[in-house]
Design a protein around this ligand. Structure first.
Ligand SMILES: Cc1cc2nc3c(=O)[nH]c(=O)nc-3n(C[C@H](O)[C@H](O)[C@H](O)COP(=O)(O)O)c2cc1C
Ligand SMILES: *[C@@H]1O[C@H](CO)[C@@H](O)[C@H](O)[C@H]1NC(C)=O
Ligand SMILES: *[C@@H]1O[C@H](CO)[C@@H](O)[C@H](O)[C@H]1NC(C)=O
Ligand SMILES: *[C@@H]1O[C@H](CO)[C@@H](O)[C@H](O)[C@H]1NC(C)=O
Ligand SMILES: *[C@@H]1O[C@H](CO)[C@@H](O)[C@H](O)[C@H]1NC(C)=O
Ligand SMILES: *[C@@H]1O[C@H](CO)[C@@H](O)[C@H](O)[C@H]1NC(C)=O
Ligand SMILES: *[C@@H]1O[C@H](CO)[C@@H](O)[C@H](O)[C@H]1NC(C)=O
Length: 393
């Protein structure tokens, strides 16, 4: 037993299980009047991973587990966080990067945003802020001029979210996209799409990577169900029917192979969303960096033909830059914003600001003077080459 434990601790030392790296936050707090179980002051939050620690202080175990859970052994969850280290920057020096933060802005489906990041759709915002829930996501995105993609299973209704949209953004009235799930009763879906249209949503994000209940031990302990717990017949035929019902662009969320990216293009989509759902659906599904690289290697034209959104495991400005360099247009984060919302509107706003700052700073450090025209040459992707899938002719 003893030698087993010893061995286990050696293995643990070699391959630590982590949510967030040691950011020095706990060391810092130990020198203050902070007590465990209370949140640090928001001013002491310096990076996105700090919000995970802060959320653990406030949420109860059931709530935190619902946000944090991932599928099965959570190998994909850890891979989502760790994969970034495999790709190094090839920073060119002496390239005058003084204007880099004027290039942070982007367009998504023709709408103007101040930065290539967005809040990914995630259910049950009320755990973090019982009163305001996702209203904080709408308001922070409005004032920061970034995109919010509302979850169908948000704690607030489509109408409640629309009611707090800003009237004064780079697009005039605030642009939000509406995520939906479909199941066997499509008349429910038609109703949801009609509500999204009525309240002015500008795109439908259709989640295609939840065809069945998923294996989530961490959340199951609290009998916390999945977002989509029924097995449903998800097919491209539903896309065709949806196209018939709405003129809004439909963005399939959960594309994880080059083949599906190509089918989506054949179907005429304007954008695709690569994701493994924050590793919450299928363990051993690939991270967005691996998916983007598979597409880059096999069908690089995908990034020109459609706009590519991506999420899962993004925690730093540098992660965002790596996806942008492969051709991704904008990058979403799920858990970090749910955790930031334990501080309410101010926390969500700070999370967006941290990301903007890190993207601009890291771009400059990497010798990128124009984020809108970032080259794949800024990355050394040799380590991904060993595992990448190559399509047969
Ligand atoms: C608590 C939680 C709830 C989620 N609910 C949904 C959902 O209702 N619909 C959906 O398409 N994705 C949902 N997701 C997945 C996110 O949209 C996103 O793909 C994922 O969180 C990205 O990974 P990250 O958390 O590592 O950033 C959820 C994620 C979390 C963490
Ligand atoms: C802890 O210290 C901060 C200033 O460092 C102060 O603002 C705060 O009120 C203190 N909190 C408690 C509970 O003493
Ligand atoms: C935006 O304008 C509409 C219509 O004038 C108004 O009802 C709404 O309250 C305004 N929203 C905000 C956040 O001020
Ligand atoms: C986006 O910005 C461009 C350039 O400033 C402007 O011409 C365009 O009208 C804006 N689009 C929207 C939807 O506001
Ligand atoms: C499908 O949903 C609609 C609208 O909610 C409902 O009226 C209808 O009874 C449902 N049909 C089935 C077969 O459950
Ligand atoms: C779309 O609508 C047309 C015209 O109403 C109809 O003929 C066609 O079968 C519909 N297609 C789908 C996939 O629902
Ligand atoms: C852009 O640069 C200025 C000055 O260098 C800085 O104050 C500002 O915070 C930067 N903006 C972003 C989004 O990084």
């Amino acid at each position: 037993m003893r030698s087993f434990l010893y061995l286990a601790s050696l293995v643990a030392a070699a391959e630590p299980f982590w949510n967030e790296p040691d950011t020095g936050l706990e060391t810092f707090l130990s020198g203050t009047n902070w007590t465990e179980g209370t949140q640090p002051a928001l001013k002491d939050i310096r990076g996105i991973p700090d919000f995970d620690f802060a959320a653990r202080q406030k949420l109860d175990n059931q709530q935190y587990s619902f946000y944090r859970t991932a599928s099965a052994g959570e190998y994909s969850y850890r891979n989502n966080l760790e994969i970034w280290s495999k790709v190094k920057f090839r920073a060119r020096m002496l390239t005058d990067v003084t204007k880099v933060n004027e290039t942070l802005a982007t367009q998504i489906l023709g709408y103007n945003f101040s930065a290539p990041i967005f809040i990914a759709p995630a259910a049950r915002g009320a755990y973090a802020d019982p009163e305001r829930a996702e209203l904080n996501f709408v308001e922070a995105s409005g004032s920061e001029n970034t995109l919010y993609t509302a979850a169908l299973y948000a704690s607030k209704t489509i109408e409640e979210l629309a009611a707090v949209k800003s009237n004064n953004t780079l697009n005039g009235p605030q642009v939000i996209f509406q995520q939906i799930y479909t199941n066997s009763n499509l008349s429910v879906t038609w109703d949801q799409i009609a509500r999204a249209e009525r309240t002015g949503a500008k795109a439908i994000v259709w989640t295609i990577d939840a065809p069945a209940t998923s294996v989530r031990h961490r959340a199951a302990r609290y009998d916390t169900t999945n977002a989509n717990a029924v097995t449903s017949a998800l097919t491209w035929d539903i896309y065709d029917q949806m196209k018939n019902r709405t003129s809004l662009p439909i963005i399939p969320k959960g594309i994880s192979t080059v083949e599906d990216a190509l089918v989506a293009i054949e179907k005429g989509v304007k954008a695709i969303y690569i994701s493994n759902h924050g590793a919450r659906q299928l363990d051993h599904s690939p991270s967005p960096l691996e998916i983007a690289y598979e597409i880059h290697r096999n069908a690089p034209e995908v990034f020109k033909k459609v706009e590519v959104l991506a999420d899962s495991g993004v925690r730093y400005g540098a992660d965002v830059l790596k996806l942008l360099a492969l051709g991704v247009k904008a990058v979403g984060l799920g858990r970090p914003f749910m955790y930031a919302n334990t501080y309410g509107l101010e926390g969500v706003t700070k999370a967006i600001q941290i990301l903007k700052q890190e993207i601009a700073s890291d771009a400059a450090q990497a010798g990128i003077h124009d984020i809108q025209n970032i080259s794949p040459k800024v990355l050394n992707t040799r380590a991904l080459e060993a595992d990448v899938y190559i399509m047969e002719d």
